[in-house]
Design a protein around this ligand. Structure first.
Ligand code: SIN
Ligand code: FE2
Length: 209
């Protein structure tokens, strides 16, 4: 399958694969993520400079992981609290990248975001990677999120989409640097996670392929 077959073109290169994963595939991914989190627990990142804590908690798997603290945003090879290397990328995530990314080299990082009912993520660009020709592939699991996406200018027009459990979203090509964020989580919209809330997994290339 090509990267775009079955996708909704939200904007050029912003591809929304609704219900890409069935319930069984979603549950299997949640089990993979829980195994990762047993080794690399969720941590609370903080904003550069102000050190204000994020409302989203995070972890990573893969050779590199994205972290944020008072000294800034960056990728690093180890968990900021345990100092241990990130666990490997689960095979199922590598397979999703192969199927949907349209990019020849494998991902190097999977950022795991966990949103409780009150968590949100302000509008931002993913630009800590060296190669913007590689897409960012996102997988949503659990409660539906109100996702906002605009263009490359922060002040430009945006639109709002409901990302549901099992949806895959690709920021690629002309939309690779699109501003995006999560306005809020619609609590109780999914039964996938007994604790409620939402996991979002984003697969990224970090270095040039
Ligand atoms: C992110 O931009 O890192 C997360 C987006 C999402 O939660 O869908
Ligand atoms: Fe992002």
């Amino acid at each position: 399958m090509t990267a775009s077959s079955g996708a909704l073109d939200v904007a050029a290169g912003a591809l929304w694969f609704r219900e890409a994963l069935d319930r069984q595939a979603q549950a299997a991914l949640v089990a993979d993520i829980r195994a990762v989190l047993a080794e690399a627990p969720l941590f609370t990142p903080a904003m550069p400079r102000t050190a204000k804590p994020f409302s989203v908690r995070m972890s990573n798997c893969g050779p590199l992981g994205w972290v944020s603290d008072a000294s800034g945003y960056r990728y690093q090879t180890f968990h900021p609290d345990t100092r241990r290397p990130w666990p490997p990328l689960p095979a199922a995530l590598l397979a999703l990248w192969e199927r949907y990314s349209g990019f020849p080299a494998p991902p190097e990082a999977c950022l795991i975001n966990y949103y409780g009912p009150d968590a949100r993520m302000s509008l931002h660009q993913d630009r800590d990677e060296a190669d913007f020709t590689a897409p960012v592939l996102s997988v949503s699991l659990g409660d539906t999120a109100l996702f906002r996406i605009g263009g490359e200018e922060r002040s430009g027009p945006t639109r709002s989409l409901r990302l549901a459990s099992g949806d895959i979203f690709l920021l690629s090509g002309p939309s690779r640097l699109a501003f995006h964020g999560i306005d809020r989580i619609l609590a109780g919209t999914s039964t996938l996670l007994p604790e409620g809330g939402r996991f979002n997994l984003t697969l990224r290339r970090v270095t040039t392929a």
